[in-house]
Write a protein that binds this ligand. Structure first.
Ligand SMILES: *Cc1c(COP(=O)(O)O)cnc(C)c1O
Length: 358
């Protein structure tokens, strides 16, 4: 598909951009451009454009505003040690967006069109990489129903958009272990939308997330919606449990958790290390017992934004417990360094995960 390119008529002055890129934080600074592609049933995807980042005009009856037909992805472009730029497994993000589209009755976007859109945005905004060490350009591709129609059925018109947000090193000095709150609320039930990356799942997680924050915790933990005992995932990160016998457990993809690309990559890296990874149900009571007896050495949370993060303490209605020493564990540190190294071109990419853009 031909992309129309419309450079920003008044881009951010270089001095302002440079100043903003020193400490961009996460999710609050945006680059100058965006990609927009339209979809109409019967016509397909058309009007691909890389243009100035600007508000999107929507009819007040646009179905996304009423019935939340929306899906998104989260990925990063990484500055390489040799000065180049690379994406990490972008075809996995394209595939997952289409899997989310299936669940939300939305159209597929061809995988190569998805990747081309992301590449075009990174190319036009290549001066927006943070100057801080460990910084990256966070990319947010998303799709939503734009048709003006209040009846309840899948929309016939959509927009696919990609925006970019410079992101600092998630952790400025070392990696602090996070403290988590076990919520009584459920995030996703069997047959629901838990495996789709859709805004509605996050809407449902905001009250429990606020509750965790108010209690002084960093993250919320969700248990399964039926028995309320099986560990599922954090608000936006998957979990791994490291045992003292060299096995690592991660909750299985039963449809109620999000199939993380970081999760998938860590399973591979752990197996490369010769460790046994089992995707199996693990209960909150077993977690507490194993942490207390010392059988459980480490717990790590993982996702694109924070890469690999140690879980230090767990609290909930049955009281708190500590994982290991309460700080980052050995395997957690090692895996984070390995993954970050692959993403930045400092560690050999033996699985063909890195897509260089230059
Ligand atoms: C995106 C997301 C993750 C992590 O997925 P990655 O592909 O590793 O970034 C985990 N859980 C939820 C709920 C998510 O939305």
């Amino acid at each position: 598909m031909e992309f129309k390119t419309l450079p920003h008529p008044s881009p951010t002055p270089a001095a302002d951009r440079t100043a903003a890129l020193v400490d961009p934080g996460f999710g609050k600074l945006f680059s100058d451009h965006m990609v927009v592609i339209d979809y109409v049933e019967g016509k397909g995807w058309h009007n691909a454009m890389v243009g100035p980042r600007e508000p999107i005009a929507l009819d007040p009856a646009a179905s996304v505003l009423h019935y939340a037909q929306e899906i998104f992805e989260g990925m990063k472009a990484y500055r390489q040690d040799d000065g180049g730029i690379a994406l990490f497994r972008p075809e996995e993000n394209a595939r997952r967006l289409n899997a989310s589209a299936d669940r939300m009755a939305m159209p597929h976007i061809p995988e190569d069109l998805f990747i081309e859109a992301v590449q075009k945005l990174v190319a036009i905004d290549r001066d927006w990489f943070p100057s801080v060490e460990g910084g990256s350009l966070y990319l947010r591709p998303f799709m939503f129903a734009s048709e003006a129609f209040l009846g309840v059925r899948p929309a016939t018109e959509y927009k696919f958009v990609v925006i970019a947000s410079p992101a600092g090193n998630y952790f400025k000095s070392g990696v602090p272990a996070v403290s988590i709150w076990t919520s009584e609320y459920s995030r996703a039930a069997p047959g629901g939308t838990g495996a789709a990356k859709t805004g509605g799942n996050y809407a449902a997680s905001l009250v429990p997330t606020r509750e965790a924050f108010n209690r002084g915790h960093d993250q919320v933990l969700f248990l399964d919606a039926v028995e309320h005992k099986w560990i599922e995932e954090l608000g936006g990160m998957n979990l791994f449990f490291v045992m003292d016998d060299g096995t690592v457990i991660t909750p299985p993809l039963t449809g109620t958790i999000l199939p993380g690309i970081t999760r998938n990559s860590l399973i591979q890296l752990l197996r490369d290390e010769g460790l046994t990874v089992r995707a199996e149900m693990y209960s909150i009571d077993q977690w507490r017992a194993d942490a207390t007896s010392g059988k459980l050495l480490e717990t790590m949370a993982c996702g694109t934004a924070a890469v690999v993060t140690p879980v230090g303490t767990v609290d909930g209605k049955d009281g708190a417990f500590t994982i290991g020493s309460g700080g980052p564990g050995q395997l957690t540190n090692k895996l984070r360094e390995q993954l970050v190294g692959i993403q930045r071109g400092a560690v050999e990419d033996t699985h063909g995960w890195v897509m260089r853009l230059d």
